[in-house]
Design a protein around this ligand. Structure first.
Ligand code: FEO
Length: 387
């Protein structure tokens, strides 16, 4: 993929269009990119490597960009294998390279690699700089903007923020040039970084003091224009504020009857003028997409079938994910289905009550096996309470 940054800063990342599941859990129908950059100055600095799945192609890109020069520094902003997977190969290619990271980076690095770090490391801390000639990198620590060793780097000549996982997005660059950024960036953010809103807020505050002309993340497109748009989105997402007014109805249905009740509830809400209603089948749809919608909208209704004295597993899984991702500050309605002893509402409520600032909306609705005419007033009441 040919991506232009500037005369001195080259993109040498790779697209992965054959990966089945990113992090062994997220479907990526349009693949993913592992971004890596090289800065050519008096000294040559490489900004991260790539997943070993893309190592061969990356090495070709690197050698073409270097055009016979050698790498002086490898800046390791994040040690997760989707970026650090080719570090050992780089050290093999350039045994004299200096690895630049923070104390945590080098504490963790031997867990992944067995090459000798002795004499090869430059430890940096908040605000430290590295001069490459005309280009100067300033390091900004970003612990838990995914992992504890994460840092970002600001290059002051070209005003580039190398943002690690921040501002990343699913999608291979070659397949997503025309795509809307927010859709897959949001799914990426909430599922991967979502738990770490406070560290992201801290990083945004630090970034506000920098004059940024371009953001170079480790996944997804390089952001060059209208940076305020992306920073605003990150500010909203990391503060757990809803992005849009709307109601997600997420259902877990065994034979379709709970699903039919969820669809009916959706129709009632639309008839009553709800701004936006999204109905999602947790058993069949991409859970990561539904999690994204849960954070996107200001309200949610969970509809679950009773199962094994609890709730149908995909709902349990969904609520567990939401809790892990720090879902909070939302109004939530509950509908349960049960054929003999309904247990879904109690189970869902128990999970929701552990989430900060989640307000359970009354009435909690119970249906028995199938939705009947006599259930409709309760659905109407729940719909009114949600609006
Ligand atoms: Fe893209 Fe946290 O690694």
């Amino acid at each position: 993929m040919n991506v232009t940054i500037s005369d001195a800063v080259k993109y040498i990342g790779v697209d992965d269009t054959t990966i089945d599941l990113f992090e062994s859990q997220y479907v990526v129908p349009e693949g993913v990119s592992y971004n890596s950059y090289v800065i050519l100055d008096e000294k040559v600095a490489l900004m991260d490597t790539v997943d070993k799945r893309g190592m061969e192609e990356w090495e070709k890109n690197l050698m073409a960009a270097l055009d016979g020069r050698k790498v002086d520094y490898l800046v390791v902003q994040h040690l997760e294998p989707d970026h650090a997977g080719s570090i050992a190969r780089l050290v093999e290619l350039f045994p004299e390279v200096t690895l630049v990271g923070n104390a945590k980076t080098f504490q963790m690095m031997p867990q992944f690699f067995d090459f000798d770090l002795e004499g090869r490391t430059k430890v940096v801390a908040e605000g430290d700089t590295l001069s490459l000639g005309e280009h100067t990198l300033t390091f900004v620590m970003a612990p838990m903007v995914h992992w504890p060793e994460v840092m970002v780097s600001y290059e002051s000549k070209e005003k580039i923020l190398f943002s690690a996982d921040g501002f990343g997005k699913f999608g291979a660059l070659s397949l997503t040039e025309e795509d809307d950024w927010a859709c897959e960036a949001r799914r990426y953010y909430f599922n991967i970084v979502g738990k770490y809103g406070a560290p992201v807020q801290t990083l945004l505050k630090k970034a506000a003091g920098l004059d940024i002309a371009m953001i170079c993340p480790l996944h997804g497109p390089i952001l060059k224009e209208d940076l305020g748009y992306y920073i605003d989105k990150y500010n909203t997402w990391s503060s757990y504020a809803p992005e849009d007014k709307g109601i997600l109805i997420a259902y877990a249905s065994i034979h379709g009857n709970t699903g039919a009740a969820a669809e009916k509830l959706g129709d009632i809400l639309r008839d009553k003028g709800a701004e936006k209603v999204v109905v999602s089948d947790l058993a069949r749809e991409d859970m990561a997409e539904v999690i994204e919608d849960a954070f996107r909208y200001d309200r949610m209704i969970v509809c679950g079938a009773s199962y094994d004295g609890g709730v149908f597993p995909c709902m349990q899984d969904f609520l567990h994910h939401l809790q892990a991702k720090a879902y909070q500050k939302r109004k939530v309605g509950i509908l349960e289905n049960g054929s003999w002893a309904p247990t879904a509402a109690r189970t869902m409520k128990g999970l929701l009550e552990n989430m900060k600032g989640v307000e359970i909306v009354e009435p909690v609705v119970t249906i028995k096996s199938t939705l009947k005419e006599e259930d409709l007033p309760a659905l109407e009441k729940l719909a009114e309470a949600m609006l």
